[in-house]
Every structure is written in structure tokens, then in C-alpha cells.
Design a protein around this ligand. Structure first.
Ligand code: MN
Length: 228
């Protein structure tokens, strides 16, 4: 028999216990300016989802080995929702009661593999769900900050601003996202939802230091190292 592995988890602000991570759901194209930079039409597209393994989490201060099989690794800074309870067919009006807290994350993307997948109508798993593809900061419990609906969301590479938006620019709100998602999946405690990125996505290379911030949540810094 093989040995069991550690449950992926994130630190929680003000608590010595960690938040156990189950699945990672991600929303595509949830800011109009980013939808346009990717060649989409922000006015007519319903939300769509893809997933990353829970084990793709990299905590604050961690290292992201430059992934295999890409020459175009992109950063996407996103607000992350951490679920306390789950369910299916959750009405948006009830969605916030299922949220444990919020964090800031980076949806790392192998953009070259994604471009091929789009061209050939292939799935996005290899573009999105690879090892170390989900850096995520500490979880800030709702009890401390409430539900952030506006506020700056930014990503810096080596101290230079690359992405800047506002949470108020999200096309689908967090309650609407949970509503849609829970009609496709029975959501579970420990699930994370990455809620889409503002404009300004771009490439990162080995040696880069990425810093993500959103609405006063604990900042996230990770360093990209040489391919493992
Ligand atoms: Mn994304």
C-alpha cells in the first residue's frame, strides 16, 4: 500500500487551525476588460467553469517551479471564495451564508496550451489544472471583514504593476457564481472558487516574484523558480 498524503490546506487569519482545501472551481471571463483582451464578448456569455486539483495550491511565501510544457505562463489575479458549507441549487440570496472567508489567488495559466485547446475545442485541464497552478493567500474569515463587493485587486511582477481592477467590475457577483455553480455540482465544505481576473494578464518567467492583493485581504507573494 502507498502512504496517505497530506490534505492540502491554507492558513486562516486569527486561527491556528488551517482551512482544508477540497476542490478548486474557477470562473472564466468574469471582468469585461479581460474578456475583451481574450477576444470574447462580455455582454452575451453566461458564466462557465473549469477546475484545478486542490493539490495545486501554493501558499503565501511559496515557490512555483516553472511548469513543464509551456513557453507562455500567465498570471491571473483573482478573488477566492472559501466555502464553509455546501449544497446544490443554492439561491443567490442564500449564497453568502455558505462562505467561510475570502482570499486572493493567482490562476496560473499555460496560455500557449490554452490557445491550442481553444483552437481544437479541447478541454482546458492541461492549460489550467497543472501542478502549482493555484497560489492562494491566507483565508480571511467573513466574521472579520464581511463580504468584499468592491475594492482594488492588483498583481505586481517584481514590484511593477501588471494587473489592476476593482471587485465591483465582476460581471457575475459571488452569490450569482455560487448559484450557477451549485446547479452543476453539489458544493462541499472546503471548496474554493476562483472568481475571474481583471485585465492585464501577461507572462511570467523563472525568477519573477508575484504579489497579489485584493480589497485589504492578506497579500500573496510567490516566487517562480526554475523548472523542477
Ligand atoms: Mn482565471
Amino acid at each position: 500500500m502507498i502512504a496517505p498524503w497530506a490534505l492540502p490546506s491554507l492558513p486562516v487569519v486569527g486561527d491556528r487551525r488551517r482551512f482544508p482545501v477540497r476542490r478548486i472551481f474557477c470562473v472564466g471571463r468574469n471582468y469585461a476588460a479581460h474578456t475583451r483582451e481574450m477576444g470574447g464578448d462580455p455582454t452575451r456569455e453566461p458564466p462557465f467553469f473549469f477546475m484545478k486539483p486542490g493539490e495545486a495550491i501554493v501558499a503565501d511565501g511559496g515557490e512555483v517551479p516553472f511548469p513543464l510544457a509551456t513557453k507562455d505562463l500567465h498570471h491571473e489575479v483573482e478573488l477566492v471564495v472559501a466555502l464553509r458549507t455546501g449544497g446544490s441549487n443554492i439561491p443567490p440570496a442564500a449564497a453568502e451564508s455558505h462562505i467561510f472567508g475570502y482570499a486572493v489567488g493567482i490562476d496560473l495559466t499555460r496560455r500557449d496550451i490554452q490557445a491550442i485547446a481553444k483552437q481544437r475545442a479541447w478541454p482546458w485541464d492541461a492549460a489550467k489544472g497543472f501542478d502549482h497552478s493555484a497560489p492562494c493567500g491566507a483565508v480571511q474569515p467573513v466574521a472579520e471583514i464581511g463580504h468584499p463587493k468592491r475594492g482594488t485587486i492588483t498583481l505586481d511582477v517584481d514590484g511593477a504593476r501588471r494587473q489592476e481592477g476593482d471587485l465591483a467590475q465582476m460581471i457575475w457577483s459571488v452569490p450569482e457564481i455560487i448559484g450557477h455553480l451549485s446547479r452543476l455540482f453539489t458544493l462541499q465544505p472546503g471548496d474554493l472558487v476562483f472568481t475571474g481576473t481583471p485585465a492585464g494578464v501577461g507572462p511570467v518567467v523563472a525568477g519573477n516574484r508575484l504579489t497579489a492583493e485584493a480589497a485589504g485581504l492578506p497579500p500573496l507573494t510567490v516566487t517562480v523558480s526554475a523548472t523542477a
